[in-house]
Design a protein around this ligand. Structure first.
Ligand code: AR6
Length: 339
């Protein structure tokens, strides 16, 4: 998955390059800078001394020394002055310049801390949005796996409003189903005793006419030959119908090219549920179409599952921004899409 938000200590990341939130001297400091220098060892400072510092919004690269990462990209974020001193532009530039250096060194994977969001005071939610916007823009034209590493969960917050809207939606749709209120039980009983208006009988309950095969053809082999459209067939059909290219679709789904090729090449490919949902989001399918697509992969959206309710919240609000969805899933301790 090209962009992932993970909770970790960045010095432990097994990637080609990690990014350091440095100051313009590049000679070390507190926060993540201090952790990186400590973990990389004294040779890092020796190399940093040769670099002649770095201006705000720019980046320089060194070796990784004792770190698992091969390179360290040092970038200098802006200090927060209330948002009136070009902070956003400068922070965007930090991400862009760092990614540019990583691409020049052919890095396949890079991990970023939330630059400027500690000692430099940039509000974390705004800093995260800048990170996501610039990185996802970059990934539209570059093959790379990029991690945003969040150090402490308490510090990671989606906006209060979004969080409370989703929490309310979960309460309405998830908790309700788990209450034993008399009204709810009666409603369920009524539903259970009523024949469904659109039944989907098990195959064994069908008479030959109902399934659309002449009786003589009703053997397992012929039924198996007349399967419905598969997940991958539906995916490719929807990509065409939406006028998208394959690359637009898998990038928007935050899925890597190799996985997409596998799906394209195998008509019976069975994706994981997060992958199937990621494609539904990328294609901006309605809730009904999403359920149809999931069914083809053997899944459903259920109100007994927090992950599903969050997905349903976003689709029913017409919000198909996979990175925002992932932020919300992360905030509610759920696995992320596109894996
Ligand atoms: N792994 C991942 N993230 C971390 C780690 C870690 N080990 N340690 C801290 N963070 P900061 P800044 C997070 O203050 O705001 C230094 O003195 C932290 O929670 O490191 O850009 C430099 O020399 C926060 O979200 O960097 C500069 O003088 C984020 O990393 C100044 O601080 C960035 O916090 C730079 O300040």
């Amino acid at each position: 998955m090209p962009l992932m938000i993970v909770r970790n200590d960045i010095t432990k990341m097994q990637v080609d390059a990690i990014v350091n939130a440095a100051n313009s001297s590049l000679l070390g400091g507190g926060g993540v800078d201090g952790c990186i220098h400590k973990a990389a060892g004294p040779k890092l400072l020796e190399e940093c001394r040769t670099l002649g510092g770095c201006s705000v919004g720019n980046a320089k690269i060194t070796k990784g020394y004792d770190l698992p990462a091969k390179y360290i990209i040092h970038t200098v974020g802006p200090q927060w002055h209330g948002g009136f001193s070009n902070e956003k532009l400068l922070l965007e530039s930090c991400y862009r310049e760092s990614l540019k250096l990583a691409a020049e060194r052919n890095c396949g994977s890079v991990a970023f801390p939330l630059i400027s969001s500690g000692i430099y005071g940039y509000p974390k939610d705004k800093a995260l949005k800048v990170a996501i916007d610039v990185i996802s823009d970059f990934l539209l034209n570059n093959e790379m796996t990029v991690y945003i590493v969040i150090f402490d969960k308490a510090a990671f917050k989606i906006s209060e409003k979004l969080f409370s809207d989703i929490a309310e939606y979960i309460d309405d749709n998830y908790v309700d189903l788990h209450t034993d209120a008399i009204e709810e039980r009666l409603r369920r009983q009524r539903l259970e005793s009523k024949p469904m208006s659109c039944p989907e009988p098990a195959f064994s309950e069908l008479s030959c006419g109902e399934i659309g095969f002449p009786c003589s053809d009703l053997n397992l082999e012929s039924v198996v030959e007349q399967l419905d459209e598969s997940f991958s067939q539906m995916l490719l059909r929807k990509i065409d119908e939406k006028g998208m290219t394959d690359a637009e679709c898998y990038k928007k789904a935050n899925i890597d090219r190799k996985l997409f090729s596998k799906i394209r090449g195998d008509v019976h490919y069975k994706p994981s549920k997060p992958t199937a949902i990621a494609f539904a989001i990328s294609l901006e399918l309605s809730l009904h179409e999403t359920e149809d697509m999931l069914k083809k992969a053997g899944f459903a959206l259920s109100h007994s599952n927090k992950f599903d309710v969050i997905i349903e919240y976003f689709i029913s609000h017409g919000n198909y921004n996979i990175f925002e969805i992932n932020e919300a899933l992360f905030a509610f301790d759920q696995s992320l899409l596109g894996v």
